[in-house]
Design a protein. Structure first.
Length: 719
């Protein structure tokens, strides 16, 4: 066991485990790697990402891994300094979920306690976890070794191979051994480089026994125990714990333990309480646990056969069967996105739910689900299926359950919420559906498209047009809901470039990654550019109307318009614009009224839909001229005449306001406060109701556009 003392161990859910010398193992890397000695600190990195909920021979991988690692920790020499790091155990979807659970040199009890509390949840930040452990080991100044046990690949967009290379180059004497637990050939290739780059070893294990042997060989043969006299069996430590079903919560009280030889006979160990430990000679055994702490108070039992090897601590977890009658049935297959009928019976009153999951999901990581009790209440077809004369939760009910939008292998489950337990599961295969989109390869900008499509329509499906490589599934500003038997209508963007038309399956609301709005089919489309031109007078009087000569892409683009905007503006001016068609007939030249405010402008051609400016020409707007002349004094309430001069453009007006009234509020003063400035007139009447109170007033000439004051005259209203 001295070789283990020089190894820092990393248990990770990325899928690798170091194994050597076992015929069923895959191995690569240095022949021996860094030997483990007491002079080298050790860190175990345990993968607690969500994929560790996957099962091997009916047992959750996380349960297997925790038991094997605990056995390894128990077998380490007392002088071996070891620490524990885990990732993915606290939060879903967080690549920063990496935690040192026990510092190097921590007491064994603290490490074992931390191991037992781990529950998989999140992602696999493999690279950052190795870097985290290396930093904790002070690898640049001390000899250090990491052992990584993982069930998959990096899921946080990092390169573990590049990191391993950098750590090897910068370390004093740095080695990583990698153990792949239940990994595919592809995953092995992605993990092997970590060991190879640092002079370590890569091994792969497929079950609990192989994982145990792999870690023992990486750590070195034996545990450093004292040899027994020849002919006498050497006892090993046996640590026993129980959970509510497989992978459920640990049971800390109310247990009765009995350990019996597998061939039968007198029990070799009994105990009451929670977890139990004893010393036991090598051999084949059966452990039975009886628990009286469940809600109904009735004894619940669990049984597990196991093997104890000489001088190799053994840790077992016995799942307690709650003996709750549950039935669950579902189709063996369904097409992606097509909901299925699920029938069940069980303890709905305990907060149960029926859910759709991937096989390696945690109990509560639902893709889709429904509360069982509520669904049962809504099932009008429920009948007495157990023959007891009542229609209750012991009878089978039926409800619809959403299907994943991604093909693959899944499970339908009947689960409890508190505690989180899977009471029943049924496998289901979600098959791939064929979709097609018929669209032209190239289309001009801002053009309507009638797109033919085919495939099984599910509620909420859409077609969307997005830039090529668009990260989100669809553009919420450019999509159209699909209707059976009807083409989809989309409009190309106003900007040319490479785009994609996508068939997006809605799938129903879910927070499960990658399921809601799944892209089923994609076709490329090139959006080509068009041209336009515009010409106008070089100058114009503010508020006047000018004729704009334009040339558009085609005569069919009748929703385009021209506008007078500030120089460089990319949006039209809502105070000065005009369509280039009337009653579906082109209007050229197009009359447009220019802004009333003097200054530099541009006349632009605006493409619709989209509002893209296609062409522009400069325009100088000069200030319009006007005068007003009111009597010096006016009696309150009496009509009076005002003389004026000006262009009399549309909605220009002569109005009366109290002296000092803000110019920027003239938009609220209409011609009812005076009179409209009509071309050809020289005077106008102001009604006495406008000047009811004595005081100082102003008569003003105000433009119809932008309400600019062009002229003003002060007068007095007397009693």
């Amino acid at each position: 066991m001295q070789t283990l003392l020089r190894t820092a161990m990393v248990l990770a859910s990325t899928g690798a485990v170091l194994l050597a010398g076992h015929q069923s193992f895959a191995e690569s890397g240095a022949a021996g790697g860094a030997p483990v000695t007491a002079s080298r600190d050790t860190i175990l990195i345990l993968d607690a990402s969500g994929s560790m909920w996957g099962q091997i021979k009916g047992a959750n991988k996380i349960v297997i891994a925790k038991d094997v690692v605990e056995g390894l920790v128990r077998g380490l020499p007392a002088q071996q300094r070891v620490g524990l790091v885990a990732y993915g155990h606290r939060r879903e979807g967080d690549c920063g979920d990496i935690e040192t659970l026990a510092d190097v040199g921590a007491e064994r009890g603290k490490i074992i306690g931390a191991l037992r509390e781990l529950s998989p949840k999140g992602k696999t930040p493999l690279t950052r976890s190795v870097e985290h452990a290396a930093t904790a080991l002070n690898y640049t100044k001390k000899a250090a070794t990491i052992i990584l046990v993982s069930d998959g690949l990096e899921t946080c967009n990092a390169d573990p191979c590049a990191l391993a290379r950098a750590l090897e180059e910068g370390g004093l004497d740095f080695t990583v051994h990698v153990v792949g637990f239940d990994v595919t050939e592809k995953e092995r290739a992605g993990l092997r480089c970590i060991a190879e780059e640092t002079g370590g070893r890569f091994l792969a294990a497929g079950d609990a026994d192989e994982l145990t042997d792999a870690l023992a060989q990486v750590a070195g043969e034996g545990t450093g125990g004292t040899a027994a006299p020849e002919g006498e069996p050497v006892p090993s430590t046996l640590a026993m714990k129980a959970t509510i079903l497989d992978g459920g919560p640990l049971i800390d009280s109310g247990l009765s333990w009995t350990v019996t030889p597998a061939v039968g006979g007198v029990p070799v160990f009994t105990a009451n309480g929670g977890a139990a430990e004893t010393e036991i000679v090598p051999g084949e055994y059966v452990a039975e646990a009886v628990w009286t702490g469940w809600r109904d108070g009735k004894p619940k039992k669990g049984k597990l056969a196991f093997t104890v090897k000489e001088q190799q601590p053994k840790v077992i977890t016995v799942p307690i069967d709650l003996e709750i009658p549950v039935s669950l049935s579902a189709p063996a297959t369904t097409a992606e996105g097509v909901a299925i009928d699920v029938a069940w019976s069980g303890p709905d009153d305990l907060g149960a739910a029926v859910s759709m999951n991937r096989p390696d999901d945690s109990p509560l990581a639902h893709i889709y689900f429904f509360p069982a009790a509520r669904a049962r209440t809504s099932d009008k077809s429920a009948v007495d299926t157990d023959g007891d004369g009542d229609v209750d939760q012991d009878d089978r009910a039926t409800a619809k359950l959403g299907a994943p939008t991604v093909p693959g292998e899944y499970e339908v489950r009947y689960v409890l919420n508190d505690p989180a337990l899977i009471l029943a599961r049924r496998p289901i295969t979600v098959t791939d559906s064929l979709y097609a989109i018929d669209a032209p390869a190239a289309v001009p900008v801002s053009t309507r498209l009638d797109i033919a499509w085919s495939g099984p329509l599910t509620p909420g499906d859409v077609l969307t047009l997005v830039p090529a490589g668009f990260e989100r599934p669809f553009d919420n500003k450019r999509y159209t809901p699909l209707k059976e038997g009807q083409p989809a209508v989309l409009t190309t963007p106003e900007t040319p470039g490479d785009y994609e038309i996508r068939y997006v399956m809605y799938g129903g609301y879910t927070t499960y990654p990658g399921m809601m709005h799944a892209v089923q089919h994609t076709v490329p489309i090139t959006v080509t550019d068009v041209s336009a031109s515009v010409s106008a007078p070089e100058t114009a009087v503010g508020g006047s109307t000018i004729d704009v000569i334009w040339q558009g892409p085609t005569q069919d683009w009748q929703d385009d318009f021209v506008s007078v905007v500030e120089p460089g503006a990319e949006a039209y001016n809502r105070n000065s614009w005009a369509r280039i068609s009337r009653n579906d007939n082109p209007v050229s030249p197009a009359p447009i009224r220019v802004p009333a405010i003097e200054g530099q402008y541009e006349v632009v051609y605006v493409l619709q839909p989209g509002g893209r400016v296609m062409a522009r020409t400069p325009l100088t707007v000069t200030r319009a001229k006007a005068t007003v002349d009111a009597p010096a004094t006016v009696k309150a309430g009496e009509d009076f005449e005002v003389a004026w001069t000006g262009d009399g453009f549309g909605q220009d007006r002569v109005v009366v306001v109290e002296a000092g009234y803000p110019d920027h509020k003239m938009w609220s003063i209409g011609s009812n406060y005076g009179f409209a400035a009509t071309t050809g007139a020289a005077t106008g009447k102001v009604h006495g109701r406008v000047v009811k109170k004595p005081g100082q007033y102003e008569v003003r000439y105000v433009t119809g556009l932008q309400h600019q004051v062009l002229a003003r005259d002060i007068f007095t209203v007397t009693e």
